[in-house]
Design a protein around this ligand. Structure first.
Ligand code: FES
Length: 287
C-alpha cells in the first residue's frame, strides 16, 4: 500500500482551513511520527478529527494535497446503490467520551473522519448518528446527458442504469473506462448536501477481483469497498473545496485530465482507478 503523504503546502490560503485544528505553522510537520501529538492538539475545538489515514482516489496533478476519500459501496436486493456508513462507537478522546463512526473493512479502519475536511465536518450527514438510508441519489443538475435524460434529482441510483458501463463514453477522453453519475449521500432533510461521484468501471472490477498486479492490500480493500465495479468518493477537491468532475470538461485534456477527475478551479487531476492511502489531519466536528 503506498502512503501518499500530504504535501501540505506553503500556500497561505490553506491556513484558514486548518487554523482550528493545529493552529498556525504546525502543519508542515505532519507525519506518521507526530500523530499522537496532533490527536491531543485537536480534541479541544470539537469532536473527533486528527491524524487520519483514508483510502482515496489518487491526486495525480495540480495543487491538491491528496486524493479524495472513497465512500464504500453496497448494493441492496433491488440493485440500488448505497454508501456504507461505519458503525457508531463511543471512544475516549482527550479524557472525554465521544461518538465516532468506524468499521474495519478489507483490512482498513474505515472512519467517518475521512470526510472531515472542507467544512463537510460540520454537515449533518457527517454526524455519526445521523439517520439515513444511505442511498446514493442523483443530483438535480447532473453533468451527464444520460443522467439528466433518465433521472430526476433525488432518484436513487440503480445498477440497471449502468449496464453499458464497459462501452460508455461522452466524447471526452477514452470510451469504455466506466460510466459515471453525480449525486448526493446522507443529505435528505439536511441543510447541506454531501456531493458524491460514482463510476461503474471494468478497471475497478478487475482490480477488486485480483486480476491485476495491484498490491494485495489494495485488492482486499477494493473487494470490500466496491461492488460490481462501482466505486464512489466524496466529491470535494482537497485543494480549496471545489466540486470536480469525471469527464465533465473538454478542457481537462489540456491538463492531462480527460480520463480523470478534473477540478476546473486550479487544474487538479485525480485518478479514480488508482486507489491509495492518504494521510491528513481531519478537522474536528463542531460540538
Ligand atoms: S484545484 Fe483548487 S479547488 Fe480544486
Amino acid at each position: 500500500m503506498s502512503a501518499d503523504e500530504d504535501k501540505y503546502p506553503a500556500e497561505s490560503g490553506r491556513r484558514r482551513f486548518v487554523k482550528g485544528v493545529v493552529g498556525g505553522s504546525g502543519l508542515a510537520a505532519v507525519g506518521m511520527t507526530s500523530a499522537v501529538g496532533i490527536n491531543s492538539a485537536t480534541t479541544s475545538p470539537g469532536e473527533g478529527g486528527g491524524s487520519t489515514e483514508a483510502m482515496a482516489i489518487e491526486n495525480t496533478a495540480g495543487p491538491a494535497p491528496r486524493g479524495m476519500p472513497q465512500i464504500p459501496i453496497e448494493i441492496d436486493d433491488e440493485g440500488y446503490l448505497k454508501g456504507v456508513w461505519p458503525e457508531v462507537q463511543e471512544v475516549e478522546q482527550g479524557g472525554r467520551t465521544i461518538e465516532v463512526a468506524e468499521t474495519e473493512m478489507g483490512g482498513v479502519p474505515y472512519s467517518s473522519e475521512w470526510f472531515q475536511y472542507c467544512g463537510v465536518e460540520s454537515y449533518e450527514g457527517i454526524v455519526p448518528t445521523y439517520e439515513s438510508e444511505n442511498y446514493l441519489r442523483s443530483d438535480a443538475g447532473p453533468a451527464y446527458d444520460w443522467q439528466s435524460e433518465e433521472l430526476e434529482g433525488g432518484d436513487r441510483l440503480n445498477v440497471s442504469m449502468f449496464e453499458n458501463y464497459e462501452s460508455w463514453g461522452n466524447g471526452i477522453g477514452e470510451d469504455g473506462l466506466g460510466k459515471p453519475a453525480t449525486g448526493r449521500w446522507r443529505s435528505e432533510d439536511a441543510e447541506n448536501t454531501i456531493p458524491i461521484q460514482v463510476i461503474r468501471s471494468p478497471i475497478i472490477e478487475e482490480i477488486a477481483n485480483g486480476n491485476t498486479d495491484a498490491d494485495q492490500s489494495i485488492v482486499d480493500w477494493l473487494s470490500a469497498s466496491t461492488s460490481q465495479g462501482f466505486i464512489a468518493w466524496l466529491n470535494k477537491c482537497t485543494h480549496f473545496c471545489c466540486v470536480p468532475g469525471y469527464k465533465q470538461s473538454a478542457g481537462a485534456a489540456s491538463f492531462g485530465g480527460e480520463d480523470g477527475v478534473y477540478c476546473a478551479c486550479h487544474q487538479s487531476v485525480y485518478d479514480p482507478f488508482s486507489i491509495v492511502q492518504t494521510l491528513f489531519v481531519a478537522r474536528p466536528r463542531p460540538e
